[in-house]
Every structure is written in C-alpha cells, then in structure tokens.
Design a protein around this ligand. Structure first.
Ligand SMILES: *Cc1c(COP(=O)(O)O)cnc(C)c1O
Length: 391
C-alpha cells in the first residue's frame, strides 16, 4: 500500500488565521525554485523589502521577512533587543502579551507586567504608572491587535508614553499589518514584527520585521551575544542587508518568499488605505448580520478590530458542535475562544482575502442555519437582509 498524495478540502477560512490565501499567491508559490543567491532572486528580495516598507509605512532600512512564523518575528525583536538584566514593561490583555513575558524571561530580562482584562485595550494610565515606577525600564512591549480578543490598543499613544520615559518599543502587529491603520514611522515605533497568514493573506511561515535606527543601535552595541544564532540580526543582515553582496546565512524559503512578494503586490495594487477601508466595511456588514441575530461583541466599539470579531456564544449553545457543523456542512472555519475566553466566544476573522462580501453572506447564513437548527436563542430571518443592506 502506498500513501496517496494529500489533497486538502477547499475551506473558507474565517478564524484567527490562516486566512483565505489569494489564488494569485497560490499560483506564485508554484513557480520554479531558483537559488537563494541567484541574482534574479536577490532582486526580488530587494523588491520585497521595499514592499514591506510600504506595508509598514516606514523608511527603516532594516525591514525584512524572517524565515519563520510570526512567533519567530516576536523572538527576533526580543532576543535582539533584550539584554540580560534589562527591565521590560510588558502589557498583557490577551494571549500574546503572555508570550512576550516568556520571551523576556528567556532572554534574562525582568518583565514588569501591566495587565488588563481580556477584551479591553491596554490602559494608558496603568502603563504610565508602570513607566514612572520603573524609571530604569529599557523597553515597552505590547500587542497592537490582540487576536485572542479582537481588541485594538492605542499604539501611537503607547509609543509616545514609552519615549517620554526613554524606553524603546516592541510592537506586535501580526494581526494589524494590512488590516487596519498602522504607521510605523509616523507613530515612532522602534521595532515591530508581523506574520504573513493574517491580513496579508499569504501562507503561514514568514514574519516581516522592521527596526529603526535607535533599535538597531541597541542591537549593534550589545555587551553580550544574541542568545539565538538563527535570529541574530547582526548575522541575518549579512544575507538580507542592503547591496548586492550576499553571504549565506540560511537557505531562504524561496517559494514562500515568492508568495509573500505576490501578497505585497496585491496589497500595493489595492492600496494600503483601501485595504484598511475594505476591512472596515466588511466588519460593518458582518456586525449588522450578527447583531440582527442577537449576538453581541465582547470588545467596546471604540477598540474593536475589524479583522477579528469576538462574539459571545449564546446561552446553552455547545461551542464545539457549532464549529464542527460549520466545518463539515459548510466548509467554513471560524475560531474558538482562547485561554480565559475558551468556550465563551467565537472569533470570526475577516483578514485579507477573507474580508469579502461572499464570505460574510456565507458566514452569517451558515451560522444562522446551524444555530436555528439547534434551537439556540437567536432571532432568525433578519440577518441576511441586514448584511445585504450593509454591503
Ligand atoms: C498569530 C499571532 C502571533 C503568532 O504568529 P504565528 O505565525 O502563529 O507564529 C503572534 N501575535 C499575534 C497577535 C498573533 O495574532
């Protein structure tokens, strides 16, 4: 018996990522593999860096894709910027702030936690108090778009606070890049990381990062070596740095980078601000449908992310059964709650290519059909009409 090839079903991905991959990207991935030092490939690398600068809205020279998923983008920022003994103020209002804490500890730093309830934005006053009480802190780290809850924090204000207290900033933009307003230079962000499989709608496995001059200076003047050989920017820059001279560091994921390049071309074709507006418009249509059913959002309107919609599960409804029926009967994936919100919310993603009209109609229609079949306490009959109006 031989093992047959793997042929995945075609799903509609409306969870917390990966999102639906645009067909142009799937096609790009299947182009011929060439050497990772081939001059033609190097030219594509340069274009990719330029396109990433556009997506991040930055002129930072050190703007590049790390050859590993978003979590490695996170580690790239922490292992390069946190030196043993450094105090780092870490904001936690969901899952990912907890991972930042882990990173700080593993780098030999001391995390000072500023905690907020899951579903709330990071509280500026608490951060200011922590900065005042820890005048020796070196870094402020926080998540712009908390994918575990759907809350957006006030990045511009947080960066300003950090700078007033002489701290560098590490910003998680894994779910925000390409999905909502993000301006690295205008907001003064010192270091930032993202992922490819959320609002860029690319395949998972690559992490765009960007460092400004101040952050890079800290990396260059470290008194100890970066604990990770693979993620040490001083070494990685020999391959991804500017100019045509490239030294082998690791073999870049050649085809995956074709995919990222294509994803960024798509973003450029649409226009960054148009992409932000589309996410907003689709969010409003989804919201109209969900609210017509009587479902409620857990994040207050002012801090709600358009690309990640966390809604409360109605009383008495079995979370897992609903999600499994959506998957088996409608080929539709939505996300479960994480951590403190497990079993309490669904997370409906509208990321990148997933943020389009046909997906909203499918999601609202399928959810209404499954919930009414299970006799859940929802209003039926109005949701799809409300979606159509909003679209
Ligand atoms: C998805 C995500 C990550 C981790 O990215 P992976 O590609 O899964 O490693 C980190 N932070 C946030 C906010 C995310 O949504």
């Amino acid at each position: 018996m031989t093992t047959p090839s793997f042929n995945p079903p075609v799903r509609t991905l409306m969870g917390p990522g990966p999102s639906d991959v645009h067909p142009r990207i799937l096609e790009a991935l299947s182009r011929p593999t060439i050497g990772h030092l081939d001059p033609v490939f190097v030219e594509m690398m340069e274009q990719t860096k330029g396109l990433l600068q556009y997506a991040f809205q930055t002129e930072n020279q050190l703007t590049m894709p790390v050859s590993a998923p978003g979590s490695a983008g996170m580690e790239t920022c922490f292992v390069n910027l946190v030196e043993p003994g450094d105090k780092v103020i870490v904001c936690q209002n969901g899952v990912f702030g907890g991972r930042m804490k882990e990173n700080v500890e593993r780098c030999g730093g001391t995390p000072i936690m500023v905690e907020d309830e899951w579903g709330k934005a990071v509280d500026l006053a608490k951060v200011e108090a922590a900065l005042e009480q820890n005048s020796d802190a070196a870094i402020l780290a926080f998540v712009h778009a908390e994918t575990s809850t759907g809350a957006r924090s006030d990045t511009k204000e947080l960066v300003e606070l950090a700078h007033r207290h002489d701290c560098l900033t590490i910003v998680d933009s894994v779910t925000s890049l390409g999905g909502c307003e993000l301006k690295v230079d205008e907001w003064g962000i010192d270091s930032i990381y993202s992922g490819t499989q959320k609002c860029l709608s690319c395949t998972p496995g690559i992490a765009p990062v960007s460092f400004n001059k101040r952050a890079l200076e800290k990396v260059r003047n470290r008194s100890s070596k970066v604990q990770s050989w693979f993620l040490d920017l001083n070494l990685v820059m020999g391959y991804w740095g500017s100019g045509q001279k490239r030294a082998y560091h690791h073999t870049a994921p050649v085809n995956a980078l074709y995919g990222l390049h294509e994803a960024l071309c798509i973003l450029q074709d649409e226009g960054l601000e148009n992409a932000w507006m589309r996410h907003n418009k689709m969010h409003n249509a989804l919201k109209a449908g969900l609210e017509a059913m009587g479902l409620t959002f857990i994040v207050d309107e002012a801090h709600r992310l358009p690309q990640l919609n966390a809604v409360s599960i109605p009383e008495g409804v079995d979370d897992a059964i609903v999600r499994s029926r959506l998957l088996s009967e409608y080929n539709l994936e939505i996300g479960a709650g994480l951590g403190a919100l497990a079993g309490k919310v669904w997370r409906i993603g509208l990321m990148g290519h997933s943020a389009r009209a046909e997906n909203i109609l499918l999601c609202v229609g399928a959810l209404e059909a499954v919930l009414s079949d299970m006799n859940a306490p929802i209003n039926t009959g109005a949701a799809l009409g409300r979606v159509q109006q909003a679209l």
